[in-house]
Design a protein around this ligand. Structure first.
Ligand SMILES: Nc1ncnc2c1ncn2[C@@H]1O[C@H](COP(=O)(O)OP(=O)(O)OP(=O)(O)O)[C@@H](O)[C@H]1O
Ligand SMILES: [Mg+2]
Length: 428
């Protein structure tokens, strides 16, 4: 069923089911250190008892400001979600059959399901496809994240955020129902064995879509900090439009004159910003660092963390930074699977932008609005070139401008097909 990159992936889940990931990122701050508004970052109640019982009836003030800036986005007064019964979701996913599995994360499996326009379960292959995330019911450790997903994603609406359609909470069963993203995660496309490489144009399109989603989150007066920006949380629809998923770790940003919130260190090794890992201080710009890491993964075709790389190259950022900064070295960093089919001028600017996003100091990083503008500029360089150069396939055109490198990369090809060992692990 499905294609291997679209996340139908039996091989994706095999032998890697773990309620809490090994290599969990431990909190460097004393546990549950909070300040300002770190844990009050919940939005207004959805009117369900679980909200009241968790004491999370936060205010939404300031949360709506982004709408004016990003008219295509919307923040709903209250989540408009369907409450599913467990039996409905069991039926929709053919009893959570293994061949319906789309993928698996730290909290459980994601299944393909079928519903009609009223969200009632229907026979597989009919109606509309949805993705059903079933949290591992042996532990309730994902409860807070599940709740945060409903609070944030249930109210945020934007073309570059995955749409949450509903949820189920029965006894110990916690489930979430999303729009189905036909091409699966960016992580699969970049790193899964058997996935054809994404072209330069598609990577740029994906970067722009993801940047738009993140810029929307950051645009409200009390910004939303996403905190878990990584390739597996960027999902792709049938046309490779990127949408952010997984708001389990999202928080409202600092208030007043505060520059950051302080919170338990959670997130994913390799993507989390250094200041956050070191101190628990979470800035809006901590997300920009994560964006830089994903940009680097897209440019290089290498994972943020990979123990299969030679000594000293475990962390992509650490070893790749000098390549980003040097015009002559950049070609050796670029994904060999491009086979030279990228525009080197665009690549150089994208590398510079990536480097800026990876700045050690949060305030030295660009805002996501600036990142988005720069990426759009980079994309338009291409179309301007296309306008002046006349016809011909884009592959041919970009090929002519490529720096000669391709297969001369100094590093071994450490790409892996499974997400076991080197997968950046999430702190729980
Ligand atoms: N809406 C969706 N449509 C299609 N596939 C999806 C959808 N949501 C998730 N998936 C698939 O399921 C996989 C697992 O997603 P999930 O968010 O549970 O975990 P993850 O992001 O890989 O890891 P983590 O638990 O660290 O966030 C994704 O990588 C993707 O392949
Ligand atoms: Mg995820």
């Amino acid at each position: 069923m499905g294609n291997v990159c679209g996340g139908s992936g039996k091989n994706h889940v095999s032998g890697d089911f773990r309620p809490s990931s090994p290599g969990t990122m431990t909190s460097k701050t004393s546990s549950s250190v909070t300040t300002s508004n770190s844990t009050t970052g919940k939005l207004s109640s959805v009117g369900s008892s679980f909200m009241a019982s968790s004491g999370s009836g936060g205010t939404s003030s300031g949360f709506d400001e982004g709408v004016g800036v990003y008219p295509e986005g919307q923040i709903l007064e209250a989540p408009n979600l369907k409450t599913f019964t467990f039996i409905e979701l069991r039926t929709a996913t053919k009893n959570f059959r293994p061949d319906s599995v789309l993928g698996e994360g730290g909290f459980g499996r994601v299944y393909k399901g079928w519903v009609d326009e009223k969200m009632n379960p229907v026979k597989s292959g009919t109606g509309m496809v949805v993705a059903v995330k079933k949290l591992n019911s042996e532990s309730m450790q994902g409860y807070e994240e599940w709740q945060s997903e409903i609070n944030f994603l249930g109210r945020l609406s934007h073309p570059n955020l995955v749409k949450l359609l509903g949820y189920c909470w029965e006894d110990r069963e916690l489930l979430l129902v999303y729009e189905f993203m036909a091409k699966g995660s960016l992580e699969n496309h970049l790193f899964k064995k058997g996935c054809p490489p994404l072209t330069w144009e598609l990577r740029l399109k994906i970067a722009i879509g993801a940047a738009r989603g993140l810029a929307f989150l950051h645009a409200s007066e009390k910004q939303v900090i996403y905190r878990d920006f990584k390739a597996s949380n960027i999902l792709l629809d049938a046309n490779y439009n990127a949408k952010l998923s997984d708001f389990g770790l999202a928080r409202l940003g600092p208030t007043g004159s505060n520059s950051h919130i302080t919170t338990r260190v959670m997130g994913t090794y390799g993507y989390a910003a250094p200041e956050y890992v070191a101190t628990g201080h979470l800035y809006v710009k901590s997300d920009v660092y994560g964006f830089g890491v994903v940009m680097l993964e897209m440019l290089s075709g290498q994972r943020a963390l990979d123990p299969n790389r030679p000594n000293g190259q475990l962390s992509l950022v650490d070893w790749a930074k000098p390549y980003l900064a040097d015009r002559r070295k950049l070609a050796r960093l670029m994904d060999a699977r491009f086979e030279g089919q990228y525009n080197s001028k665009q690549a150089l600017q994208a590398a510079q932008l990536t480097l800026n996003c990876l700045a050690g100091e949060p305030r030295s990083r660009p805002s996501m609005k600036e990142v988005l503008e720069k990426l759009e500029q980079i994309e338009s360089m291409k179309s301007r070139a296309r306008d002046t150069r006349g016809s011909g396939s884009s592959r041919d055109r970009s090929h002519g401008r490529t720096t000669a490198h391709q297969r001369s990369s100094p590093r071994p090809d450490a790409r892996r097909g499974s997400r076991t060992n080197g997968h950046a692990t999430k702190a729980r």
